[in-house]
Design a protein around this ligand. Sequence first.
Ligand SMILES: *Cc1c(COP(=O)(O)O)cnc(C)c1O
Length: 397
Amino acid sequence: MTDFATTRARFHLPEGVIYLDGNSLGPMPLAAPGHVSAMMQGEWAEMLITGWNKAGWMELATGIGNRVGRLIGAEPGHVVMGDTLSIKVYQALASALELNPGRKVVLSDNGNFPSDLYIADGLLKSLGTEYELRVVSPEDVAENITDDLAVMMLTEVDYRTGRKHDMAALTKAAHAKGVITIWDLAHSAGAIPVDLAGCKADFAVGCSYKYLNGGPGAPAFIYVNPKWVDQARPALSGWLGHEAPFAFDLDYRPGAGIERMRVGTPPVIALKALETALDIWDMTSMAEVRSASIALCDQFIAGVEAACPQLTLHSPRNGADRGSQVSFRFDDGFAAVQALIARGVIGDFRAPDVMRFGFTPLYVSPGDVAAAVDIIADVISNRLYDRPEYRLKGRVT
Ligand SMILES: *Cc1c(COP(=O)(O)O)cnc(C)c1O
């Protein structure tokens, strides 16, 4: 049994803050500054370019990929880190489309994160007018799996509502129609147990700065099923995905296995910060995190519904159908979230009227949830959000 007090003690949590936004950016592991600084001073400063070999910088992308892979049920050696999630979506989709020649339709849903849809739209436009991005409602995905689809590209957990797709069932249904699957795990990795190998998912991608706590701009990951990895042609054929980057051949030959999904020089400093977060993940299991997270979310829903009839639950009520976040709709949601942040309860707002709260057992306790509910009740019942300064929008909401 994990005592979550021990994982919580590994994070820096600012005084007076109840952090319910780890679904957007996880907090800093206390070990991160020291570990990054040791790399900078002991490796970068002293070893200079020899650090690539001496300090093993070049292996970090796959070594850390394996540690992330363990949290998402990937076969060892099939996850690599690098770039941002938007780039990884592009790579996965470009490769998946080529593996299903003759079909030109990509299915996604309108609960997907816009960047995934923008990337798909951009790629399909480059490929030609015969390609189609078909976007349906999340609840209509299953009935829209037809045998003209090349690829089904979904985000498992909806960033707004927290609604969770049934990855195993949808992947199976897609395979039955000859459709290749891409799962975006941005709101799954570190939030809920994922079994990529068991589901036979074809491709998966995700970021490491949300629930995984890797830090702002932490590198993304990509998974390719062993069945495909040696056939998948990398569309972003950068030199570090080449079979022999330092042969400097003029012709591209894809690297062995997942290495081919690397593009350019790895973000070593960011990978070092992520390592410290993964050390904390080694202290627990996804099954324990999941049951604690469902309990925190249930407690939050019950507390808010009892105290704030003005707010409408926008997430599935049943824990098994949800990721690790809870959203409520409220007309003055933006201002209410600003008023909460001013009182130390950090959640976030998603247009048009969604107040979103992430629950992360690694560092959020039932006591935090109770305290957050009291503050939310005060802000809503006493209309404390009704002030002009809470209506000013910054660049990031
Ligand atoms: C957070 C998120 C992104 C963000 O992509 P970046 O390239 O890392 O900025 C993309 N897709 C989904 C589903 C997300 O939740």
